[in-house]
Design a protein. Sequence first.
Length: 405
Amino acid sequence: MNKIDKKIFGTLFFSIFGTVTGVGIVVPLLPVYAHDLGASGIYIGLIFGSFSLSRTFLLPYFGRYSDKKGRKPFIVTGLCAYTLISLAFILATNVESLIGIRFVQGITSAMIMPAVQAYVGDITPQGREGFTMGLFNMSMFLGLSIGPLIGGEIRDRFSLDTSFACMGGLAFAGFLLSLFLLPPTKSESVVNRGTTPINRKRLVYDSDMAGLFLFRLAYAACIGVIWSFLPVLGDTEFSLSSASIGILVTLGIFSSGLLHVPMGFISDRINRKMMVVTGGVIISYAIFSFQWANSFNDLIAASVLFGVGGGISMPALMALSVLKGNSTRAMGSVMGLLAMAHSLGMLTGSLLAGVMMDLFHLRQAFPSGGTIMIICVGLFIVLTYHKKAVPVRTDSRTGPLNLEG
């Protein structure tokens, strides 16, 4: 494939952009809202962890099933269900109900992301994996950048219920775009290919896949720590407004998203493994920096540094994932496993940080994420090491991935 289908790519891009913007409007406000209701650190962690827990068990199933039945049915159905559950937040009256709604929301989310990312992988031209995935990831990072800014203003000027309504409306817009603009399922390449995806056990036990999985898990764990406890830190120790907290969260996301396209372009030309490791080291230092922060400017610097680390590492990681999906004829399964890693990471990071907050101090929540990243960077290096290097353009062949190029 030499050219990307712009209509499909554009539809997927703007559908996910709208949906993720809605998520960004609400998610940074949930920890402060729960804290105001008297939730302890572990309950704040559960609000995020319940979403990740429900996603985790269904992501591999939906991803692999989309390899057999096509991408569009899962995308359209998932966005419709996401719209309905988003509106259910308005009915929540306590922390327990928030946890329950987030759990159900995780199930609907599990239908969407593996199929969307696999669809993008299906239409990605060979040799442009990093650039294409970096460009598509801009839809998520832009949405998560704009969302918190809008959410803080909406809550300050109107109410939290208005934020929930905006999330539902944006998800509905994504549903309509996907329903009417994506081509019929029977025209998808994954349906017409006629080949059998790699056995699930072989994929799970593949060392390269394990390295990709663990790094994605660690990155998500750090996000879970930041999203769960940075708003609380800003509120309790720095007395920041909702808008200021939104800006703080947005800076990390925006700085990462800003780098995805250029870093994706670069990752198609230089050592991808080196980019992943470099980004991981930067992320680790940034997470520890939150613990050392003494001012709002310190928090800003740590947030931006975290974004830079993600912007360097994730385009390269996703490019390698597309190559693995192509070589195994199991793009949906690969993306499902990576999305599962993201969910497990969010769950692990938020819960572990919540325990650290309850046992010690709020600031002690952050080193847990940095420690996980350091460990997983080391495991990534070990698991993806290959003695013989293969040029970048040939590492999509069937067999073990070369992560040196």
